[in-house]
Design a binder for this molecule. Structure first.
Ligand code: ATP
Ligand code: MG
Length: 357
């Protein structure tokens, strides 16, 4: 069942004139889904979320909750809970007073309110902190208060704008697991905004990758990782090599290309690839999917190591493959491998994928 729908939604701000902050966005989010808007700074994530919350109205397009058109409905009539990047808590009030705020506005009876506040604080594992002042809490605890405050009103939709950005790396990872647990338990449709691709991959049912106000691709983390729609998505999600290769054959869903340094390979491609013999294809392959062997290995492509970095988990190499710089990540490298050495590369065809420009 679709819960939140954005139909051709655009937003132009009067002051910035012609360029759309959000440009013709179509998104359909399922009930109970954890959906993430991911993209670089300024791509329109917050603007999109604020239109769902009702803090901005779209310049054109529609927003629906279920069958209801809420495009021009004010925020307090939308039944959404929002968690902001900077928490927006009241520092002089207690944890319980902060969490109770939305209930007070909604004129929920005092005993009912007390019960729900206690329940929400339990949910975020802050049961013993009700009477603490906000300025006596750590950043991670404040973040959980902000989450409890959004959850306590039992919104139909939970909206989270970079809620972890003020936390250190370890706390970010812990808190993202917590957010996901709470969201699953409550079964609440959630829209999450982040510019951190690893966070998006780890948390989301599906992701919309945005750039310059436009949705570049919508899919599961696996789809976006293994089948990026274009070079932007391929490079933004993890690291990826994108090789420009001559096309020597094409079918509905494959393209045969000539590899740098010789040989041909047939690569899976989206059915609308539109490529023909004589043209060039953009072919992506992840650094960790490239195999390493001896330069003399049969079928391997000969390359020269130009950079080599040991990170503990893997060795990151840059190699020169017939004039193209290619990134390789390998758990094991031949003993004594050094910059300047010749090495053999294996590019498995099923790990390659044709992307649009
Ligand atoms: N109130 C506003 N008035 C004019 N322009 C705005 C306004 N809010 C945002 N913009 C512009 O709209 C574009 C999208 O901004 P938005 O805040 O949605 O980006 P974002 O993806 O959330 O970025 P970040 O990751 O930095 O938070 C930017 O170019 C921004 O400058
Ligand atoms: Mg933002």
């Amino acid at each position: 069942m679709i819960d939140v729908t954005l139909e051709s939604v655009s937003k132009r701000f009067a002051r910035t004139g012609d360029t759309a902050a959000v440009d013709d966005v179509d998104i359909a989010i399922g009930a109970g889904e954890f959906f993430t808007l991911l993209g670089p700074s300024g791509c329109g994530k917050t603007t999109t979320l604020r239109m769902v919350a009702g803090f901005y109205f779209p310049t054109s397009g529609r927003i629906r909750f279920g069958a209801e058109d809420v495009t021009r409905r004010p925020p307090n009539k939308r039944d959404t809970g929002m968690v902001f990047q900077n928490y927006a808590l009241f520092p002089h009030m207690s944890v319980a007073q902060n969490v109770a705020y939305g209930l007070k506005i909604r004129k929920v009876r005092r005993d009912e309110s007390r019960r729900r506040v206690a329940e929400a604080l339990e949910q975020v594992h802050l049961g013993g902190y009700a009477e603490r002042r906000i300025d006596e809490l750590s950043g991670g605890q404040q973040q959980r208060v902000a989450l409890a405050r959004a959850l306590v009103i039992r919104p139909r939709t939970l909206l989270l704008d970079e809620p972890l950005s003020n936390l250190d790396a370890k706390l970010r990872e812990e808190t993202r697991v917590e957010i996901r647990r709470i969201q699953r338990e409550a079964g609440i449709t959630s829209i999450y905004v982040t510019h951190d691709q690893a966070e998006a991959m780890a948390m989301s049912d599906r992701i919309a990758v945005m750039e310059s106000g436009r949705v570049q691709q919508i899919g599961t983390p696996q789809e976006i990782y293994h089948r990026p729609a274009n070079t932007f998505v391929a490079r933004f999600i993890g690291r990826s090599n994108v090789l420009t290769l001559p096309v020597v054959g094409a079918t509905a869903d494959t393209v045969t290309v000539t590899l740098p340094g010789g040989g041909q390979t047939t690569v899976p491609a989206p059915t609308d690839h539109g490529l023909t013999v004589g043209g060039t294809a953009l072919v992506s392959i992840r650094p960790e999917h490239i195999g390493l062997g001896a330069a003399t290995e049969a079928g391997a492509l000969s390359a020269r190591v130009t950079d080599l970095e040991f990170t503990g988990m893997a060795t990151h190499l840059t190699v020169d493959l017939a004039g193209e710089a290619v990134m390789v990540a390998a758990v094991d490298v031949p003993a004594g491998l050094a910059v300047g050495d010749q090495i053999g590369l294996r590019l498995p065809a099923n790990r390659m994928w044709v992307v649009r420009p």
